[in-house]
Design a protein around this ligand. Sequence first.
Ligand SMILES: C[S@@+](CC[C@H](N)C(=O)[O-])C[C@H]1O[C@@H](n2cnc3c(N)ncnc32)[C@H](O)[C@@H]1O
Length: 274
Amino acid sequence: MTPAHQGPADMDRSRPTPARIYDYMLGGNNNFPADQQAAKQILAAVPEVRDAAWANRGFHQRAATWIANRGVRQFIDIGSGLPTVGNTHEVVCRVSSDIRVVYVDNDPMVRLHSETLLEGQTGVAAILGDLRDPDTLLNHPELRALIDFSQPAGLLMTGVMMFVADGSNPWRLVSGYVAELAPGSYLSLSHLTGDHKSPQAAAGFQAVFDTATEHLYLRSKTEVERFFDGLDLVPPYAGAEPGLSYAGLWGAEDLEAADTDGSRWLYCGVARRP
Ligand SMILES: C[S@@+](CC[C@H](N)C(=O)[O-])C[C@H]1O[C@@H](n2cnc3c(N)ncnc32)[C@H](O)[C@@H]1O
């Protein structure tokens, strides 16, 4: 496990952040009392939330591996989160050792820990950036140095667009990123939903983020599907039609075991840019 780090001196530890709450849910120790308190409040409203976090993380890893197996050799992982077991570059490098990965996150703790993790590694970079500012992000010199926009890339946006308000037009942001990528690129995206959930559980989940650094927005299946407009969704598992699935089901071999209550908090999909 990564040792706890106090983070930059000027960092606000009193407000919970999505990255540190998620780290707590996954059993990490890169979080502070405010994050732990927030995570416990979420657990009280949604007892299966740890399972949801693991279902999402499993989807992230299976989808990245699947995309690498299609021959894609470069990845942009936006809203990458704190380093955990099975980081993107570790997972895709099992497919090929010549894969390049750029991590992007707006939480300073993420960059700090990623720098430590990536020290001495070539072909991997971690940049501090806000996805709501695509121009700055896409023109970042470290990203430009590793990503060749004339070649297909894997754009990973798992568990992140739910922190972007409708007012920032999250759909236009995602389609803007995809438009920069070469044909044959892939988008992998997952998103929390309130569909088929008790209104109390959904409200309790969202309320915790009212005092966090980002608000949380649960979206319906139709709203999540819109992120893939103009792209070719792939079947989530053998025998399925192309489309979204719950997080645990994507790429699952044992569908019954994967179809858990936690998994049903997230829709996910992988789609190819024609
Ligand atoms: C729930 S974690 C998901 C981590 C990882 N993608 C995964 O699926 O396992 C959400 C991450 O998105 C990051 N994030 C939230 N809003 C962001 C923004 N506007 N720009 C960049 N990153 C953001 C958070 O800091 C956090 O690390």
